[in-house]
Each structure stands twice: as structure tokens, then as C-alpha cells.
Ligand binder design. Structure first.
Ligand code: N01
Length: 558
């Protein structure tokens, strides 16, 4: 019996419409997956919650939203014509330009006809009898799919703080991760912003331009490095494009997915003058990048003492810029090492606190007690606002995955399997969940990298694995428990060789009450990780088991 016959008879038995693959999400990952899987001859249905494509860049429309990886790096590399044709305008493109780019990709590769918008996948259940996934959506769709691929993004389940009273608030409120499409005018309004991560840091100076009063509630001060955003020099754009293949390859082999020269010595081996010169460059150079501080020295993320030299440099700049000494002190991070919470790029961030209508409230000292109908109350003071902005982040890395009722072999729920923290093999698959693939899942470099590099690597690896299965007549693929255990232990071990686990960060799940404290991304580096994935494939997908299309042997995993 051929595989095709088998599939159609199974589908007939289940009575469900069939596709080869369901892809959840139409951001960069979902779009590229669709393109790639179509190229293999698969039938694909993409479901997207939003009423447009773009994922992160569809939802995050807050004032000042822009990517903080350079445009020439934060873009698809899979199509040489696309990367040559598209002209970027700025070092760090704004959300509008990124959304235009994503839409251009959707049109250019004729992707829209397989994307169903305004549809949330609610459930995916693996039917062991037919070895296919039964997928349901909130619009009543039901489908049978051989493969389910979660392209749901690492930062897509937004989170408002667990402070009582939001339902009482009579003003308007917004979350940066779900910003109204029509935009928000803050002119003449009293605004409270809660949160000073990357989103808050970008939004605060822009909201300050409009609001009559702006109060920022800060729990943890972050390290904010000047973005030095500027229009791209056309000559620079031409020269990168002239050797794009080499540029991309260097990014793929790098630590963070951004091509930078490798560090040659530790910060503590450098003289004070050398260090000062490097940090001056990292702070003032118009061509600096988010990783300039982190990649200058070999020991920045492994030695607290080395890291302190950079942290102190930034604290000194804050003291220089911010006029009010108490505000400056409140803005200086002391409780975590540089980089262990995602560092931010800012434009006039610290300068904004010198404006007379902007005030910083340190809610570590005076916590927020409740939101009231007029504003909010801290342990010390009551505030009145017209608008509240929550820049309070996301249930990162696992939130969008466990939000879908995913059940694998034995009706085991993914959320239950991960009750003590995510367990994956390579961040791509989970034992007991055959043919379920994660794009930039926990256990892969994902959020510790230029996402475009990691997305492309995962999409291509998954597409190759599916092509391999089809060529070999295999029905399902999943990791062994042993491979998953070993990889999960490795991710944890490498994470604990660094300073990352010492911070309360969303990388650690610390921002969500009750979430297990586990360092979720893989910090082994984008280059070595890619090499490992390639080796696994070259070794006949070592650590994975397959079931045959004809001989229906159940895989030996639980
Ligand atoms: O979210 P965050 P984000 N009371 O979790 C505070 C990417 N991104 O949306 O640190 C008071 O970083 C919280 O305080 P604390 C990027 O990877 C990229 O800003 O938990 N405060 C923190 O200050 C980024 O890291 C780009 O103590 C509360 C803030 O809210 C990730 O997305 C742009 C609170 C949340 O910061 C997430 O960034 C934007 C409470 N109850 C985002 N609860 C670019 O590429 C939370 N906070 C440019």
C-alpha cells in the first residue's frame, strides 16, 4: 500500500478533511514553513489568530516599536532575489516597515491562499490509531493532519500584572503586545506606564512626547544602551548585499546569530584603558549593536567580576545623563548582571526622565497594591490616570504552546508533561508527541539569538526531516525519552555555566507566578547548535524514532 493510499483511507475513516501539515501562526516562521513545505509538495493549512500576517510585528504596534537587530541581519536569507530586492531604510526598522516586509513576503510567494486568519487553534490531539493529529480551532474547523508545526513565537502570550482592580479602572488601558491597530493618541493625557523591559524602554520616550503627565512604574531597572538608530547609508547597504552570502554564513556560525568578530580575551585580562575604550565604542559607536557589550570579551556572561566592569560603565552613564540623583540611582541596575535579563536598546530613554512632566516610581520600594477606578495605588501614594499602559511582557517560550490543548500519545497533555519545565530534544520535538514540531522552541537558542537566523535554521531542518520521512516511507518521527532527557540536561548544564540563571528573568520563567524556574533557551551558541542539529540529521536522525507507513510499529516511547 502506498503512503498516499493509506492516508486517504485513514482520512475517510475519520471523516475529517485532511491536510499534510497544519502550521500554527503566520509570523516569519509560519510564512517560511508554508513556502518550504509547499516546495515539498505538501498540502498545508496555516491558522493565524490575528486578522493579518506578521506575528510579533502584527501585534506589537506600540509607539517606538522597532526591532533591535540590524535590518540587514533581521531579514530572510533563503531567497537571494528577495534579499537583493528589498531596500531597508533604517539601521533598526520600525514596526510599520517590518510589517510591510512580512506582507511583501506573503504576496511575493503567494502564501495567502493557504492562510486562514482570525482563527485560533485550540486543540491538537494525536490519534494513535491512525497516527495523525486531530486539530480544532475556535471557529469550529476540524482537520486531520500528519504534521503539526507550532510557529507560535516565543513572545506572543502577553501578560498583565497580577494586581487586583483592573476591571474597576475607568480610563483606557493597553498592553504593548496587543496594541490597537489604529494607534493611540496620548495628547493631553495623564499616562501611567508599568514595566521597563524592551517594550517599555521603546515606548516611554514616545509616549512622553504626547502625554501631559507620564509616570513610569519600574520594578527592575534594566541596562539600556543607546540604539543610535539612523537611516541606512545606501553605500553600506550595497556593500553588505554584494557579499550577502558570506555575511549570512558568518551570522549562522556565530554565537548570537549576528556576525561579529569573536572575542579574543577576557575582560579581566584587558587593561583598564582597553576596557574603557571598548565600552566607549559599545556605547557611542553609531554602528554598535545589542551584542557589542556581550561579545567584546570571552567572559562577559560567565564571570560576575568581568560582567561588573560593563555593568558599572553603564551605571556611570546613567548617573551622567539623569539629572535628579534619586531618579538616577533608581534607574541603575544592581540586582542582575548585564545581559542576564534581555538588555535593551533605547532612544532618549534615560534623557526622558529629565523632562519635567515625567516621573519614575520605584515599585520595588513602594509596590503597586491595586488598580483603582481612577488609576492605581502604591503602598505610599495614590495616582490618577487617563490611560494605563502595561509593558509587562509575556508568558515567554512556553505560554503560546501550552495555551493550545496539545495531547500526544496516551492522551498526555503537553502542559502536564512540562509541569516542571519544558523538556525537548533540540528544542524541536517532544517525546510522546510524534510529528509535532516546534519552531524556536525551548531548548534551542531562539530568544538568545537573532530570531531570523534561528527561524530559518529550524524551518529548514524540519522541512528536511519531513522530506526524509517521506523519502523513507516513514509515518511518524519523535525523539526517544533518553535523547530528550540528555538534551534537557545539557541545556540546563550549559545554562548554569553562565550568569543567566542568577537573574529573575523571563528566560527563567520568573515573571509568571507559579511557572517553574528553569533556564529555557539554549546558550551553547547558534553556530555549535546548528552543527549539532546537522550532525543528528547526518547520523540518520540520531535520538529520533520513526514508525513505518506500512508496518505500524508503535514507537518505543512514553
Ligand atoms: O517584556 P519584559 P517586554 N509590577 O518581560 C515589569 C522582546 N522585545 O515586552 O523585570 C511591576 O522584558 C517587569 O519587571 P521585572 C525582547 O526579547 C524585543 O518589554 O519583572 N512591574 C519588566 O520591567 C524582550 O526581552 C523588542 O521586575 C512589572 C516589564 O514589566 C521581550 O520581547 C522590543 C509587573 C516587562 O518586561 C519582552 O519585552 C520589545 C508588575 N506586577 C520586546 N509585571 C525589540 O526587538 C511585570 N513588570 C526592540
Amino acid at each position: 500500500m502506498t503512503q498516499t493510499h493509506q492516508q486517504s483511507s485513514r482520512t475517510a475513516a475519520s471523516g475529517l478533511p485532511e491536510v499534510d501539515a497544519v502550521v500554527v501562526g503566520a509570523g516569519f516562521s509560519g510564512l517560511y514553513l508554508l513556502h518550504k513545505l509547499r516546495g515539498l509538495g505538501l498540502t498545508v493549512r496555516v491558522f493565524e489568530k490575528g486578522d493579518g500576517v506578521g506575528g510579533t510585528w502584527f501585534w506589537n504596534r506600540y509607539p517606538g516599536a522597532r526591532v533591535d537587530v540590524k535590518s540587514m541581519d533581521y531579514s530572510f536569507s533563503f531567497d537571494p532575489d528577495l534579499e537583493q530586492d528589498w531596500e531597508w531604510t533604517e539601521k533598526y526598522p520600525p514596526q510599520e516597515e517590518l510589517l510591510r516586509y512580512v506582507n511583501h513576503v506573503a504576496d511575493r510567494f503567494d502564501l495567502r491562499r493557504d492562510i486562514q486568519l482570525e482563527t485560533r487553534v485550540t486543540e491538537a490531539v494525536f490519534d494513535e490509531d491512525v497516527e495523525r493529529w486531530h486539530v480544532r480551532t475556535d471557529r469550529g474547523d476540524q482537520l486531520s493532519a500528519q504534521y503539526v508545526i507550532m510557529a507560535t513565537g516565543c513572545l506572543s502570550t502577553s501578560k498583565v500584572p497580577e494586581v487586583p482592580g483592573l476591571d474597576l479602572f475607568r480610563g483606557r488601558w493597553f498592553h504593548t503586545g496587543h496594541w490597537p491597530q489604529e494607534g493611540v493618541d496620548f495628547t493631553g493625557r495623564r499616562v501611567g506606564v508599568i514595566g521597563t523591559g524592551s517594550s517599555g524602554v521603546q515606548a516611554i520616550p514616545r509616549i512622553a512626547e504626547q502625554a501631559t503627565e507620564l509616570t513610569v512604574f519600574q520594578r527592575t531597572p534594566n541596562f539600556v544602551v543607546p540604539a543610535h538608530n539612523h537611516p541606512i547609508d545606501p553605500e553600506h547597504q550595497r556593500s553588505v548585499k554584494a557579499s550577502y552570502a558570506e555575511h549570512r554564513q558568518a551570522a549562522r556560525e556565530s554565537g548570537f546569530g549576528i556576525a561579529v568578530p569573536p572575542a579574543t580575551k577576557g575582560a579581566l585580562e584587558a587593561s583598564e584603558e582597553e576596557r574603557a575604550a571598548h565600552y566607549e565604542l559599545a556605547w557611542y559607536d553609531p554602528d554598535n549593536s545589542l551584542v557589542t557589550f556581550l561579545t567584546g570579551y570571552t567572559d562577559m556572561i560567565t564571570s560576575k567580576e568581568a560582567n561588573d566592569t560593563a555593568a558599572q560603565y553603564v551605571r556611570d552613564r546613567i548617573a551622567e545623563i539623569v539629572e535628579d540623583p534619586q531618579t538616577a540611582a533608581d534607574l541603575q541596575p544592581h540586582d542582575h548582571a548585564f545581559g542576564t535579563k534581555r538588555p535593551c536598546l533605547g532612544t532618549n530613554y534615560y534623557e526622558t526622565y529629565n523632562l519635567p512632566h515625567v516621573r519614575l516610581v520605584n515599585v520595588r520600594k513602594t509596590p503597586i497594591v491595586e488598580i483603582t477606578h481612577k488609576g492605581l495605588r502604591t503602598t505610599q501614594e495614590e495616582f490618577e490616570f487617563d490611560d494605563l499602559v502595561f509593558a509587562t511582557g509575556f508568558d515567554a517560550m512556553t505560554g503560546a504552546l501550552t495555551a493550545v490543548d496539545i495531547r500526544g500519545r496516551g492522551d498526555v497533555r503537553l502542559a502536564d508533561k512540562w509541569h516542571a519545565g519544558p523538556r525537548t530534544y533540540l528544542g524541536i520535538q517532544v517525546a510522546g508527541f510524534p510529528n509535532l514540531f516546534l519552531i524556536t522552541g525551548p531548548g534551542s537558542p531562539s530568544v538568545l539569538s537573532n530570531m531570523m537566523v534561528s527561524i530559518e535554521q529550524h524551518v529548514e531542518w524540519v522541512a528536511d526531516a519531513i522530506a526524509h520521512m517521506r523519502a523513507e516511507g516513514k509515518d511518524t518521527m519523535e525523539p526517544t525519552v533518553e535523547a530528550e532527557d540528555a538534551w534537557t540536561a545539557h541545556v540546563d548544564e550549559v545554562g548554569h555555566m553562565t550568569l543567566y540563571p542568577t537573574a529573575d528573568s523571563w528566560y527563567m520563567g520568573s515573571n509568571v507566578p507559579g511557572k517553574p524556574r528553569v533556564f529555557m533557551p539554549y546558550i551553547g551558541g547558534v553556530g555549535p547548535y546548528r552543527q549539532k542539529c546537522d550532525e543528528v540529521a547526518a547520523e540518520g536522525y540520531e535520538g529520533f524514532v520513526f514508525s513505518d507507513a506500512d508496518a505500524k510499529e508503535p514507537a518505543t516511547v512514553s
